[in-house]
Design a binder for this molecule. Sequence first.
Ligand code: R5P
Length: 311
Amino acid sequence: MKILAGNSNLPLARAIADYLDLPLTKADVRRFADDEVFVEIHENVRGEDVFVIQSTSAPANDNLMELLICIDALRRSSAKRITAVVPYFGYARQDRKPGPRTPISAKLVANLITEAGADRVLAVDLHAGQIQGFFDIPTDNLYGAPVMAADILGRTGGDNLMVVSPDVGGVVRARALSKRINDAPLSIVDKRRDKPGSSEVMNIIGDVKGWDCILIDDIIDSGGTLCNAAGALMDAGAKSVTAYLTHGVLSGTAVERVTASALTELVITDSIQPTAAALASPKIRILPIAPLIGEAIQRIAEESSVSSLWD
Ligand code: R5P
């Protein structure tokens, strides 16, 4: 087995390699003067089972091209099997046509990864489960919920918790977390979004008064969804609001917004490399995801069960 890293999240790739007790494959993933991506692998990979680790986070297009070109280099070097390990799968929110004459970019990205030569995909908390079906190659979608549940139970003991979905679309994810934390009750925030990057809380479905609320979502981008939800929950009498998110996209002024929000704490995984601002925020804590991904890679390599990871 070999682990090849793109540049999007080298600390995560190193942590995964450490978990597996393997060195990162020696390679250069660099730019020409005109910014074209160039990949050169400095080790023999002929006949190897290779895992390429690359989140397609910002700059999404550059990181996607790095992933595609790494896969192409491996294919042309006769790797036996290539797995695209994409801890954060960008473009995932474009998973359907929101209106006439619009693309389904998540499907296009899936096609690109497949066409480049990937044999399998390993992702974490895909924005929508059906994105798995956009690939016609085996695709494992790991869930962050077990890691989050262990952290929540370890810190709170599981008392007085209510799980809250910040929108109607996140109810399945919220219910899955609730099952893992002693069947905590559920509430839902009824959110409306008239344009990307701006959302408004309309109602809270459920009585949150006196509860320690755990908001769960897959992505925090501008922070609007989460910070508005936290404010509305506190206004409705919640005792505290803590948020668990898999992918800390945190664009623009999101970190400042979170720091100034009603949240007690925002916990994100390092599926996307945290910025210096995120690391410096007193309200943001990082939950390492490398053990989960590393274990899944080990199981894929040994051809043992991946789903039993969250049994
Ligand atoms: C939406 O369906 C997602 O699950 C997130 O709630 C959304 O992408 C978060 O975006 P923002 O932080 O910009 O409100």
